[in-house]
Design a protein around this ligand. Sequence first.
Ligand SMILES: [Zn+2]
Ligand SMILES: [Zn+2]
Length: 362
Amino acid sequence: MRNILFFLIILGSCTSKQQTEKSASPMTWYKGNTHVHTTLCGHADSHPDTVAGWYLDRGYNFLILSEHNQFIDPKSVNLPRNRRKDFILIPGEEVTDYKHVHTTAMNIDREVPVKYPTDLSKWKDAPAWNIKPFLMQIHSDSIRSVGGIPILNHPNWQSGVAASEIEQVKGLNMIELHNGHPDAYNFGNEKHASMEQKWDSLLTAGRRIYGVSSDDAHHFKKWGVDESNPGRGWVMVHSNDLTPDAITDAMIQGDFYASSGVMLSEIIVSEKGYEIHVDEEATYKETESPFVVGYKKDSGEEGFVIEYITDRGEIIMKKSSILAKVEIPEGINYMRGKVTYSRKRSSDYEQFFAWTQPIFLK
Ligand SMILES: [Zn+2]
Ligand SMILES: [Zn+2]
């Protein structure tokens, strides 16, 4: 029998529920953003209260105010007293370092004490030393030392980090596959492979890494595709409780998917296969919002495509449909799913995505 180390079954509606009471704590899909900035960093335009209020007003269930090297205590954030009860702030920050290495610290209770070696000046300027794996390791270890969970941010921003560098970091199990900042280059550029290529390289190398989608928004006053606005990337987390610990635990287990617009109604993974159902109505609703930004293509075909991807990024099934099921082949290391929704706008096509998490088979 196949040795399935990771076995997951997810059932249910993916629409985020805004109920005020839960009786038997049924599994629910919660919409959240793990990465956003405020005036406290000096280069974003809105106060933490305003930023949190934006997500509260738009149906999100959780938010991390991930300020650069600053812990924002959720207790210090003022939200309306009579607000809906299914919205929480998960405490965090963005550990921000040299060489464009940034890491979200999820679910911490204090500012992360980043622990550099005492001979800082020696390694900082060492030309022959590839410093990025070292910095990422310091971030991961420092975040975990205060009970937090690290998410490596925007690996394609500026000089970025290569998959071979991420692969060396121990204790890192989540990366931003999609980041809504206009300079994040999720789909690659002249310096970087696409984030999906990097993810597949890591998974092929045997790393158990889940993919996150976030906003990294800085601007809530000026709007445009070239601005760093909110509403472009989120995660849908499957959990029976909406608490910082429950959401964090679900993400650690891979019980979530990353989205830039596509919503799902079911993900079913069993010994026999992997099955994805698209929630068309919820996807149309999300992608008609003024906040999402599609990935531009000059050619294409409208509609939904579901793909299943395995070792080295090989696509083993591609189906134009809102439902696709595949049998898990023998001898693979991992399998993940991806849904693309394409639509035509003037002469261009725009694409929106949902990326489901890999199952690991070895
Ligand atoms: Zn950053
Ligand atoms: Zn950021």
